[in-house]
Design a protein around this ligand. Structure first.
Ligand SMILES: Cc1cc2nc3c(=O)[nH]c(=O)nc-3n(C[C@H](O)[C@H](O)[C@H](O)COP(=O)(O)O)c2cc1C
Ligand code: SF4
Ligand code: SF4
Length: 436
């Protein structure tokens, strides 16, 4: 039986599944329910400065994108950090940590970008017995307009400065939570490392307007006829987050920096992908808000079964395994050739592959053969682009098959077993210059 326990910055948890800082972790009631359901740890909903708490809107704060089956694909929110008094949160954090000593308790913090403000709150959090802190440099709405959240996360120098203040003040490990609302994620990650942060977590939400009401002409969620940009998360953001995680994992300046992966994690597979890209733990928000805390059981069972099947005893056995396979486009093997294959028994003859390939790709799928509706790949036209696989409604009905020998009927050239990339390709003007 696989061992799912993790040791992230010295913080132990029975499994890598943490709840991200958000409504599921806003109070003792929720967090204890989550721990009972099996979550390995939580990042408590972001705390602000002592004093009157922030105020949330009193109307809709969420909006969503759904698939055709009404499954939630993306969630948008205009919620702020915790709107409960600091002292109530601190008391509850201490109690939960005492009741659940084997679970990871990280506290998310966001206070103004002034040294005194950080130095004032850190001892209070430390006194709760929490295992670590996460600096929220990510919220793209409400708090950023007040000079916090992503307003800090978008300026690497500020990240470095605040991380350093925290490291100088506290014994607790410091995780910097990054905003995806930036052009190149490597710069804030490097700044966090330079400031002494022990780890980064990503992503926070993506700046977004989820929709516009075409009767009232208000962006949604609408508060008395007006809307504001919010933060986007859920399954739709996973690809963006995975890429950012990979960028940090393979960057020479941040390689080896511990990462807690966040963004769209809904199944054990999503989590395993983050771990394969180097993450030591993963965090979940939208999936818990959509399906409830018990979803973690499926994640635990699924990950455990996968690890058993692969012979991985611990998370460390496969953590980061995919990182060396992430490369830049110019290093992809241009001699690799694949063709689409249609399983005629599985095909329901809907014609989507044909129309996609015919109208927008390479006219490589038949629609009629001998006067009958029949969908088959024409190898002499197929460039192996994978569009038909992507649009076919039947899973695994179309697959891509590698050509390992013979002649490619499309180009008339023999299939080469050698690796050759763009950097040395004769059509690359830079390669020609280098050769001369
Ligand atoms: C309603 C809501 C409130 C959130 N509040 C916070 C917060 O207070 N602090 C924070 O760091 N992230 C906050 N987040 C972001 C999540 O922690 C997480 O980074 C993001 O939702 C991506 O994960 P997901 O795709 O699993 O939801 C919030 C997200 C949602 C949906
Ligand atoms: S892989 Fe691309 S080119 Fe080949 S059949 Fe499918 S859509 Fe057409
Ligand atoms: S899209 Fe899939 S199911 Fe539909 S015709 Fe093509 S192969 Fe058959």
């Amino acid at each position: 039986m696989a061992d799912l326990s993790t040791n992230f910055l010295g913080i132990r948890s029975p499994n890598p599944f943490w709840l991200a800082s958000a409504p599921p972790t806003d109070k003792q009631y929720n967090v204890e329910r989550a721990f009972r359901a099996g979550w390995g740890g939580v990042v408590w909903k972001t705390l602000g400065e002592d004093g009157p708490p922030v105020v949330n809107v009193n109307g809709p704060r969420y909006g969503a994108i759904h698939g055709a089956d009404r499954r939630l694909l993306g969630l948008n929110n205009i919620e702020l950090i915790t709107d409960r008094p600091l002292e109530v949160n601190l008391r509850e954090i201490a109690e939960v940590k005492k009741n659940w000593p084997d679970r990871a308790m990280i506290v998310s913090i966001m206070v103004p970008c002034e040294e005194q403000a950080w130095k004032a709150i850190l001892p209070l959090v430390e006194a709760t017995g929490a295992d670590g802190i996460e600096l929220n440099f990510g919220c793209p709405h409400g708090m950023s307009e007040r000079g916090m959240g992503s307003a800090v996360g978008q300026v690497p120098e500020y990240i470095e400065m605040v991380a350093r203040w925290c490291k100088q003040t506290t014994r607790m490990p410091v995780i910097v939570k990054l905003t995806p609302n930036i052009t190149d994620i490597r710069y804030p990650a490097r700044a966090a490392k330079k400031g002494g942060a022990d780890a980064v977590s990503l992503i926070n939400t993506i700046s977004s307007i989820i929709s516009v009401d075409l009767d009232s002409f208000s962006p949604t969620p609408s508060i008395d006829g007006r809307g504001s940009h919010g933060g986007y998360c859920g399954p739709a953001v996973k690809p963006i987050a995975l890429n950012m995680v990979a960028e940090i994992a393979r960057d020479a300046e941040t390689r080896g920096l511990p990462i807690s992966g966040i963004g769209g994690i809904t199944t054990w597979r999503d989590a395993a992908e983050y771990i394969a890209l180097g993450c030591g733990t993963v965090q979940v928000c939208t999936a818990a808000m959509t399906y409830g805390f018990k979803i973690v059981q499926e994640m635990i069972d699924g990950l455990s079964a996968y690890m058993d099947e692969k012979g991985f005893r611990t998370i460390e056995d496969f953590r980061g395994r995919a990182v060396p396979n992430v490369t830049d486009w110019q290093y992809l093997n241009l001699n690799y050739i694949a063709k689409a294959r249609i399983d005629q028994d599985a095909c329901i003859k809907c014609g989507r592959c044909h129309i996609a390939c015919e109208d927008t790709s390479h006219q490589a799928i038949t629609s009629m053969v001998d006067g009958k509706r029949h969908f088959e790949v024409i190898d002499a036209e197929c460039v192996g682009c994978n569009l038909c696989v992507s649009v076919c409604p039947v899973e695994n009905c179309i697959t891509m098959e590698e050509m390992v020998a013979g002649t490619d009927p499309r180009t008339g050239r023999p299939v080469s077993p050698d690796y050759a990339n763009w950097t040395t390709h004769p059509n690359n003007p830079m390669a020609r210059v280098a050769a001369e």
